[in-house]
Design a protein around this ligand. Structure first.
Ligand SMILES: [Fe+2]
Length: 394
């Protein structure tokens, strides 16, 4: 069904391939810049991934302005200020982010301050506060989960005030996203599993939440198909280039889908659990996904049923009666979680994640105030949240 009105926006140029990042100099030239600052973290440096980026510059006229390789795992305000100084001191004119969600969000935060010529990031927190086009940002993801290379959001932690600030603006969208297989070949199995489940959740929530539309559906649909066909292979055989490229494409498409359709209750519960118990975002997604689908069944059985095709393939879809397809989708997701538990010990319940049952009321309270809930097809009050959390605990 096509909504009466909707918008879809994704202007990010995507390069995908086993050696896609070799084209960086050309892309910088196209963007009219020639001295990028590279932002990354210690893990990427240690894994030797920067050599591919440096090599891409070796035979070109473009030079690397500077490299900052110490972004913490939770993007921080202090780091953003530090990097802004490096950008200015080296007269850089663009940014290349090489990393996962934290690095990409940090790069977006740096870009805000450079563009606005300000030293107070807090001033720009919120939705659509930013009015000016930013410096060119190229993003090279090193995980297949967040989809941040095509989203208009950045979340930066303010450690001093113990809060997280969210920034949303069309101007935060990167100019180019480079999906290069070499950047995820060494990703450990348990991170591959957790980030893959995050991407799967983005796609499923984009397809089932109230802001869904035909274009986000198309992105979400293909993302689900690629994840279901390739996640287990990538977890078992990390160096499988085909599976890695498929997952990079899937998380990118899921990102484009949810950046337009938004996410729902899995993320509300996940944000709250992550905030209180500090578990990995992808782990939280994996824990809540089947329970939230069960909860939402009452309103969106049809949409959930449709997902059996990309999730399980033609044969299982055809064999399953129409009335049973939604339940079969939940069963497939549970089977996938069991397999990932077997392979990487990815927790399937709050208990397996080591979360104390006493935390449930606190998580429920925080979850019902989370913004993502606005887009969930079914409302959730405190009592409902407690029920779902109890189910997800066992
Ligand atoms: Fe997510």
């Amino acid at each position: 069904m096509i909504p009466k009105y909707y918008e879809f926006f994704n202007p990010v140029k995507i390069l995908s391939g086993h050696k896609a990042l070799d084209n960086i100099p050309y892309e910088l030239e196209q963007l009219g810049v020639k001295k990028p600052l590279i932002i990354t973290d210690k893990g990427i440096k240690k894994a030797g991934l920067l050599k591919y980026v440096k090599r891409a510059f070796a035979e070109s006229n473009t030079i690397i302005g500077s490299i900052y390789d110490d972004v913490p795992s939770d993007s921080s305000l202090e780091t953003v200020y530090k990097i802004v100084k490096i950008f200015k001191d080296n007269s850089c004119d663009s940014i290349i982010a090489v990393g996962g969600g934290s690095v990409i969000d940090t790069a977006k935060g740096v870009n805000i301050l450079i563009t606005e010529d300000s030293n107070d990031l807090m001033k720009f927190a919120g939705a659509e506060i930013l009015k000016n086009p930013m410096k060119p940002l190229i993003v090279i993801p090193t995980t297949s989960g967040t989809g941040s290379e095509v989203t208009l959001v950045a979340v930066i932690s303010d450690e001093k005030n113990n809060t997280k600030m969210a920034f949303t603006s069309l101007h935060l969208l990167p100019r180019v996203a480079i999906l290069d297989t070499r950047m995820t070949l060494t990703l450990p199995a348990h991170i591959t599993a957790a980030t893959g489940m995050d991407a799967l959740t983005h796609a499923i929530e984009a397809y089932t939440c109230i802001q869904k539309n035909p274009i986000s559906d198309a992105h979400a649909w293909m993302a689900i198909k690629l994840i279901s066909e390739n996640l287990i292979t990538a977890v078992k055989k990390g160096k499988d280039k085909k599976a890695r490229l498929a997952l990079l494409n899937a998380s990118c498409m899921a990102g484009a889908a949810f950046s337009n359709s938004m996410v729902g209750m899995v993320h509300s519960l996940g944000h709250a659990t992550g905030g209180i118990c500090h578990i990995h975002h992808g782990v939280a997604m994996s824990i809540f996904l089947p329970y939230v689908l069960e909860y939402n069944l009452i309103k969106i059985r049809e949409y959930i049923s449709e997902l059996l095709f990309p999730l399980a393939g033609n044969e299982i879809y055809s064999k399953t009666s129409e009335g049973q397809r939604a339940e079969k989708v939940i069963e497939c997701i549970n089977n996938l979680r069991d397999e990932l538990y077997k392979l990487t010990k990815l927790p399937r319940t709050l208990k397996e994640a080591g979360i104390s049952k006493e935390k449930i009321p606190e998580i429920a309270k925080l979850a019902i105030g989370d913004g993502s809930l606005t887009f969930n097809p079914v409302d959730m009050d405190y009592e409902d949240a407690i029920k779902v959390l109890n189910k997800a605990y066992k």
